[in-house]
Design a protein around this ligand. Structure first.
Ligand code: DC
Length: 223
């Protein structure tokens, strides 16, 4: 089973996705780490981001399954967003992402997981929240990692990134066909995870006529 979670920066996709995968016993993949890994290599090797050929040459050697702390720097997010608008980059990363499905059950999050990478996913979600709340969450996350950015700097950064991610030609951020949209403004992580689990259980009941055997939603919070 594949479950996709798409949405703009700071909507809670990673935290919710990680917890959901833990509850279901599925693997979890943050697709942003592929673009962030590429951005790190481009920066460290001082490659001109506009040089598509040199940028794409790095793709086969990327390790995006072991995110490093530098992946989460705002400047890396910005460069990742810039590179992710390049069609050759998206094409180069598509196959390795799709290969993940071969390993079995998966929860994955990003910008085009339900629309392009796994259009046939059993369950698709789109998480959103107000810009100010998304900026606040991201600011807190960065503060916990010791990055002292001002709240207004974080808001400007994610706002610019969203605009670019939504307006690019290659696989823009969209609500995938068949996705359930959840506005997480004012909701805690636990509430969002429970909501997703309810939809997954309901969807599986409809599809197969019996409850999803993976769901541990009711009365079993421990696992
Ligand atoms: O989710 P994130 O903040 O780690 O993603 C960083 C950037 O990578 C994001 O601004 C756009 C790009 N990205 C993408 O284009 N498609 C995805 N599926 C995931 C991320």
């Amino acid at each position: 089973m594949i479950i996709t979670i798409d949405g703009p920066a700071g909507a809670g996709k990673s935290t919710v996705g990680r917890e959901l995968s833990r509850r279901l016993g599925f693997r979890f993949f943050e697709s942003g780490s592929a673009y962030r890994a590429l951005a790190c290599e481009v920066k460290n090797r001082k490659i001109d981001p506009a040089n598509r050929e040199s940028v794409c040459r790095l793709i086969p050697f990327l390790d995006f399954f072991h995110p490093r702390p530098e992946f989460y720097l705002p400047e890396i997010g910005e460069l990742a967003s810039l590179l992710s608008a390049v069609p050759e980059v998206r094409k180069g990363l598509l196959q390795s992402q799709q290969k993940l499905a071969e390993g079995g059950d998966l929860v994955t999050e990003g910008r085009d997981m339900g629309s392009v990478v796994f259009p046939g996913a059993e369950h698709k979600f789109f998480l959103d929240a107000s810009l100010s709340e998304r900026a606040q969450r991201r600011h807190q996350e960065l503060a916990e990692k010791g990055k002292g950015l001002k709240p207004e700097e974080v808001e400007a950064e994610i706002s610019a990134r969203d605009t670019r991610d939504r307006s690019r030609k290659a696989s823009p951020l969209v609500v995938p066909a068949g996705a359930i949209v959840i506005d997480t403004t004012g909701l805690g992580i636990g509430e969002v995870v429970e909501t997703l689990l309810r939809h997954i259980t309901k969807g599986s009941e409809k599809r197969h006529g019996f409850p999803n055997r993976h769901s541990r939603e009711s009365g079993n919070p421990g696992k």
